[in-house]
Design a protein around this ligand. Structure first.
Ligand code: G1P
Length: 273
């Protein structure tokens, strides 16, 4: 069983300045809900009960969101607006939130390594809240947990097909199809130019990782952009046949970009009753 989900949330969100000058990008709302809360709800739907959040300077609003707010609750209790807080109150009451800070921004691999203190020695999920996923059936993370329970010795990354000229925005994999929508990865490259990309199968922000990844990250040299990349660390495991890539069922919006954020907003607006 995977109980812990790691949320790297230390990045600056420069693409959303000036909004992200004092508001963490993970707290930007799609309709009325912050991006990070969508990620937390997805982890809960997949059976996880502990949310391990890697934050940084200027991110205190995240901790305040996943906490009681006595003054506000006192004001709205017994009014017609009380129901607006039901979801988040339930989450705060029933699940555990733990935090650590990433002091220097040295890449996603480094952020994940920073979270080791919260995860310990067990398999765990990683959700990048920028990638907002939705599905009427099982959530993307639930689908990945099912794969991992069938292949417990493997890490799992979520992938989708992207236009060939977008490969420089993603980690890109190559692999051998072993089941419907499931590849055994034999190569992965962080943000390759289209001409160097091994395929058009891009990693999106959902991972299930084994704890041995931490030691591998410690030995991983800075890669693309001078940052420590999780893609490079996973390649070491892929070479041992221990990484699967799963083409998930569902939609995904890149809320790290303005276009994707607007599309997600329209999608959820049209979906609501
Ligand atoms: C990160 C990863 C990349 C992955 C992407 C998914 O990149 O490094 O491999 O494809 O997330 O969103 P970032 O978007 O943080 O630059």
């Amino acid at each position: 069983m995977i109980k812990k989900c790691l949320f790297p949330a230390a990045g600056y969100g420069t693409r959303f300045l000036p909004a992200t000058k004092s508001i963490p990008k993970e707290m930007l709302p799609v309709l009325t809900k912050p991006l990070l809360q969508y990620g937390v709800e997805e982890a809960i739907s997949a059976g996880m009960d502990t949310m391990a959040i890697v934050t940084g300077r200027g991110k205190r609003a995240i901790e305040d969101h996943f906490d009681r707010s006595y003054e506000l609750e006192h004001q709205i209790d017994g009014t017609s607006k009380e129901f607006l807080m039901d979801e988040i109150r339930g989450i705060v009451q029933d699940y555990t939130f733990s935090y650590t800070r990433q002091v220097e921004m040295k890449g996603l691999g480094h952020a994940i390594l920073t979270g080791q203190t919260l995860i310990g020695d067990e398999p765990f999920a990683v959700v990048l809240a920028d990638d907002l996923c939705d599905n009427d059936g099982d959530s993307v993370l639930t689908q990945m947990v099912q794969i991992h329970s069938k292949y417990p010795d493997c890490c799992v990354v979520a992938i989708e097909e992207i236009p060939s000229n977008d490969t420089d925005k993603y980690g890109v994999i190559a692999g051998e199809l072993i089941e419907d929508n499931l590849y055994k990865v034999n190569n992965m490259v962080e943000k390759p130019e289209p001409k160097d990309a091994p395929s058009n199968l891009a990693i999106i922000g959902r991972y299930i990782l084994l704890p041995e990844i931490f030691d591998i990250i410690k030995d991983t040299k800075p890669g693309k952009g001078g940052e420590i990349q999780i893609t490079d660390a996973l390649l070491i495991m892929a070479k041992k046949g221990k990484v699967l890539a799963y083409k998930f069922d569902g939609v995904r919006y890149d809320c790290g970009s303005i276009d994707g954020f607007v599309e997600a907003t329209n999608y959820f607006y049209n979906k609501k009753e």
